[in-house]
Design a protein around this ligand. Sequence first.
Ligand SMILES: *Cc1c(COP(=O)(O)O)cnc(C)c1O
Length: 407
Amino acid sequence: MKKHDSTVTRKMFDQVILPVYAPAQFIPVKGKDSRIWDQQGKEYIDFSGGIAVTALGHCHPQLVATLKSQSETLWHTSNIFTNEPSLRLARKLIDATFAERVFFANSGCEANEAAFKLARHYTITSHNTYKTKIIAFHNAFHGRTLFTVSVGGKPKYSTGFGPKPADIIHVPFNNLNAVKAVINDQTCAIVLEPIQGEGGITPATPEFLQGVRTLCNNYQALLVMDEVQCGMGRSGKLFTYMHYKVQPDILTTAKALGGGFPISAMLTTAKIAAVMDVNTHGTTHGGNPLACAVAETVLDIINSPEVLNGINKRHKRFMNALNIINAKYQIFIQIRGIGLLLGAELAPHFRGRARELLHIAANKGVILLNAGPNVIRFAPSLLVAFEDIDQGMECFEKAISQFSDTN
Ligand SMILES: *Cc1c(COP(=O)(O)O)cnc(C)c1O
């Protein structure tokens, strides 16, 4: 392996980067499939998938080939032109979903920002200027721009930045009566993640999602689904809404869409899209040929029966291993999730210690995520090899053995 750059150390982070993250003490320098290596050459099994982004693992040969060939062809032209990869990708997303129109951006929050602006513009122009209320949920996460963080359900993240966008109300997730209590003719949209990700891996119940759809229909409000994390195969279907027999009016996706290359998309119907006009919204880099070419390859690979069926097999392998570990150590009160987005909630006497467990796990050679202070999250590559699952789970068990001793 190439020698690492010894002029770069973890200490540098504190000297040059805005202190908004607390990254691990080691620095990864190389990745292949579901393994990564740090500067010292230590190997890790990666169950974090770059926070549900590297859905095809690290450096997938087909993505590398697409990136290389497109990088030698055309990178960027801006929106004064259209380009072949973006039109092909849009067509494929439309063919695979409820959607009829696509808007491309670069990150999840930008796709959500576009979605919320579109929802507001639609209800204002096709109903009245007072139809602006957005109903969202406690513990929801929609990104870090001021609008998206205000729709998100953690006030801690949105306070301290001056006046917030108005007319957003939060109610408990999976509680249809709470939605009924606040919805009215002024409601513009209900915004939700079909599986709350950052909030703790909480899937919507079918009754809740179906009930929300009916309420939206009754009050002429739009249903906006944020599938930035749970979309693109993560749940075992291309998009999570497909498990529920409920269609959104607007859907956003990002993270896994580019497999590690930044791109996001907002999908909607022709009728809703028609309220937008030239210059009502836009972005410089959104829909660039390089990102769209990579995402087209990602979509081609994920949206195949072989890959989607494989996700359920891997789900079972993870659940089985987690249940065996839990039977031995009784460390979790619940193991939940759909497809390859799994959450294991720490039992009461371990509460608040998820991040501590992640550090021990990394020492033992497996990289995991948390989702809040009490939930260990798994969001591995959708192609993770069975032997990597087994090996990673052995490391995880060693970590739990040490962790539960320190109780
Ligand atoms: C990660 C995430 C976002 C934000 O995406 P960025 O690319 O970080 O802007 C929005 N919504 C959900 C559900 C997410 O998981």
